[in-house]
Design a protein around this ligand. Sequence first.
Ligand SMILES: Cc1cc2nc3c(=O)[nH]c(=O)nc-3n(C[C@H](O)[C@H](O)[C@H](O)COP(=O)(O)O)c2cc1C
Length: 304
Amino acid sequence: MKTRDAAFSIGPAKFRNRVFLASGPAGYGTEYEGLIDLRRLGAVVTKTITFHPRAGNPGRRLWETEAGLLNSIGLENVGAERFFAERLPRLVDAGARPVVSLGAEDWNEYRSLLDASAAAGVVDAVELNLSCPNVDRGGMSIGGDPALVAKYVRAAREALPDAAIIAKLTPNTGDITVLARAAAEGGAHAVTAINTLLGMDLCGAGQEPVFRRVRAGLSGPAIFPVALDAVWRIVRAVDIPVVASGGVSSVLDARKFLAAGAAAVEIGTAIFYDSALPERIVEALEEECGGSPPKTKPRKGRKR
Ligand SMILES: Cc1cc2nc3c(=O)[nH]c(=O)nc-3n(C[C@H](O)[C@H](O)[C@H](O)COP(=O)(O)O)c2cc1C
C-alpha cells in the first residue's frame, strides 16, 4: 500500500522518488529500456559526457573481483554535441527523468561543456563528475582539491542558474567531508558520495597488471561499507542533501543509506547482474514510507 508521495526536490529540480540509476553502468539510459522501466525511477544519471568525444581507455576495461568490479572505462562518450542532439532526447522520450553527468579534462573543456549544456536549454539537473579515477587529466585530479571543487561548482551554478547542481565526490582522499564542505561552499545543491575506490589486480602466469593504467575503480558490494561511512559523515558535516552511491545490491542496502540520512540512492554495478533491483527498491520504499529518509536530520558534529 502506498502511504505517501515519494516525490522530493534537490534545489530547483523535482524527482518522482529517491531511487536513481548511477552514472556509467546504464550508459545513456535507453540501453536498459527493455530491462528497466525508466519511468518508475527517480532519475537516470547519464554516462558522464565531456565536451569532446572520447574513445576511452585501450585494453581491458572491466574485471570482476571477489565482491566487486574493477573498471577502467576512461570516460568513453559521444561528446556534448551528439549527446544533446541524440542521446538526451531519446532518454526523455523514454519517460526517464535525466540528470546529466558532466566531466572535463581541464578548465577550458569544462567551460565549453557548461556553455553547451546551457545552450541545449533542457538541462535542469547535473551531476558534476569531479571524481573519475580512470583518466590522466581532470576527474579525480580536480576533485581531490577542495579549492577546485568549489571553483567548478561555482562555475556550474553561474552557467546553469536554473539547474540543480550535484557534485560527485571521490573517496580517494584523506577526508571526504572536506570535499563535501567545499562543494557546499561553492553553491552545490547536493553532493553524491561516492565514486569508485582506487584498486588494482594482477593476472596471468606472470601476474601482470590487469589494466594498462594499472589502477582502476572498484565498485559493487565490496565498497558498500565505505560508501555508507562516507554518507554518514557527510550528512553530519554539511546542510545540503547527500545522494548515496556505492555498492547497493539489495533493498536493505538502500534502506541503510536512507537511514544514514541520504536523500536518494543510486544503483550502479548491481544492474549488470540484477536489473530488476532498482524497481524492487522503488516498490519496497513506496510500500514502506514513500521512500523518505528520517524526518529529523542529525545535527552537525553530533556524536553517535
Ligand atoms: C562500468 C562503470 C562505469 C562508470 N562510469 C561512470 C561515469 O561515467 N561517471 C561517473 O560519475 N561514475 C561512473 N561510474 C561510477 C558509478 O556511477 C558509481 O558511483 C560507482 O560504481 C559506485 O556505485 P556502485 O557500486 O553501485 O556501482 C562507473 C562505474 C562503473 C562500474
